[in-house]
Design a protein around this ligand. Structure first.
Ligand code: SF4
Length: 334
């Protein structure tokens, strides 16, 4: 069985685990290529304009995969932490995708909600796995190996300060360097810039107009949420918001709080047009930045009409301010 995985949304968090699970059970995994304009156009044409940009991108990837695999894996992830919930787009992702892309092959689905208890979770994993292999022991082993590969992936990134694309490119068949971020320490770097936000915005270089590449090329060191330990992110979420309500708050409020506390020279928050959770979380980060008054913060909103020139202009203005402030070593008001 050939299983398609869209290179969008949760791909950046969970691909190593998904690939391990399906391959352990004997399936072949196909990943859609890097985002292109035609994928965005195709995805956007299936939904109303108000739909958030990352979902439109996701749909474009599903359309690309539609005639290239036997099944497409689309999980519905409700909650991965007790009493912390995902945005509604993730909950209804399989149903929404089926409704707007009728030509897609059948989906492999799993409902993840840790609030329902461990037994429900194990049953969900088994019912996903038995689509490929009926042997419960094999499914159990595949689930355990996949979970370990997820833990190893997270641990490796925070310990070695590397980003998802540096690992994911090596795991996919398409080993081109396009979209690969280097995160090298730059000799005589001008500043350390933190980028916070969801991985599907930070690491999709087509939709963010090569943000990381531009910052590195200008002589900056770029740091991202995956380079901080989960423990430190959670502590920072508590400081900034008082406690997590939304899943993936770590990568917005947690990373924002952590890097604003003088661990970077400037912080850039990336958010998507049409995203309710981000508009709340990013505003909390902005308020925290104003309260500290020590590290410059800027937010950038991405959508299908975001112009490259606009991104470049804002980046240049922001980094100029960061360098001037660093030079003068003076306190700024945000
Ligand atoms: S968190 Fe925001 S950007 Fe992400 S899927 Fe939900 S609405 Fe879209």
């Amino acid at each position: 069985m050939k299983i398609g995985i869209p290179r969008a949304l949760l791909y950046y968090q969970y691909y190593p685990a998904w690939k391990t699970f399906f391959e352990e059970l004997g399936a072949e995994v196909v990943v859609s290529p890097h985002t292109t304009q035609s994928m965005i156009t195709a995805g956007s044409s299936r939904v109303v304009a108000d739909t958030c940009f990352p979902v439109k991108v996701f749909l474009g990837h599903v359309i690309w995969l539609a005639d290239k695999c036997d099944r497409i894996f689309i999980p519905a992830i409700r909650s991965v932490e007790p009493r912390v919930y995902n945005c509604s787009k993730f909950l209804g992702l399989p149903d929404m995708t089926r409704a707007v892309i009728p030509e897609a092959p059948p989906f492999l689905e799993i409902d993840i909600d840790v609030n329902q208890g461990k037994n429900t979770l194990y049953r969900a994993v088994y019912s996903l796995g038995r689509n490929i292999n009926q042997n419960p022991l094999k499914v159990k082993k595949a689930g355990q190996t996949a979970w370990q590969s997820y833990l190893d992936y997270r641990e490796y990134m925070s310990r070695n300060s590397v980003s998802p694309p540096q690992i994911l490119e090596d795991l996919t068949d398409n080993n081109s360097n396009a979209g690969k971020n280097s995160f090298l320490d730059t000799e005589g770097q001008k500043g350390t810039i933190a980028i916070i936000g969801h991985p599907y915005l930070i690491y999709d270089e087509y939709i963010n107009h090569r943000l990381i590449h531009r910052l590195e090329k200008a002589g900056n060191k770029v740091v991202t949420p995956e380079m901080v330990s989960s423990h430190e992110l959670k502590a920072a979420v508590k400081t900034v918001t008082g406690g997590a309500y939304w899943t993936y708050e770590d990568e917005v409020a947690g990373a924002g709080g952590y890097y604003l506390e003088n661990k970077a020279d400037g912080v850039i928050g990336i958010m998507a047009f049409g995203c309710g959770p981000d508009s709340l979380m990013m505003d909390m980060v902005r308020r925290y930045s104003a309260k500290l008054g020590s590290t410059p913060f800027m937010s950038l909103t991405l959508e299908e009409h975001t112009a490259e020139a606009g991104v470049v202009t804002r980046l240049e203005a922001f980094t100029d301010m960061v360098y001037r402030r660093k030079k003068a070593n003076s306190k700024v008001c945000v």
